[in-house]
Design a protein around this ligand. Structure first.
Ligand code: SF4
Length: 110
């Protein structure tokens, strides 16, 4: 094998390796996304949810600490999509309603 051919085959190998790494990086994020979507929804009747005054619909909260417009979607502990359900750091293993609210709400920093 000539020197140029050697360099060419090494280039091809490096390109293929870089492509594999990129695919692996994308696949690596998939189980995490799938898990977030599969999380069971937090029930208002859950003991911790009750203790923190969690409601599925922030507009229905009767808690005096609730401020209109505050909900899980704009809380710094929420890491889901702006609609539907997503994970909350305070309720590991459960998904909260983006429209929900609890007394631990802390407005997300822009
Ligand atoms: S901490 Fe924030 S995201 Fe979690 S339930 Fe309370 S308001 Fe929703």
């Amino acid at each position: 094998m000539s020197h140029e051919k050697n360099i060419e085959s090494r280039r091809r190998f490096l390109k293929a390796a870089a492509g594999t790494a990129a695919v692996a990086a994308v696949i690596g994020t998939m189980p995490r996304l799938a898990r977030a979507a599969d999380l069971p929804h937090l029930a208002e009747s859950d003991a911790t949810a009750k203790a923190l005054g969690y409601v599925e619909d922030a507009n229905k909260s009767t808690d005096p600490k609730h401020t209109a417009g505050n909900n899980c979607a704009n809380c710094q502990f929420y890491s889901g999509a702006p609609t539907g359900y997503g994970p909350c750091q305070l309720f590991p293993g459960k998904a909260v309603n983006a429209k929900g609210w609890c007394v631990s709400h802390a407005t997300k920093k822009a």
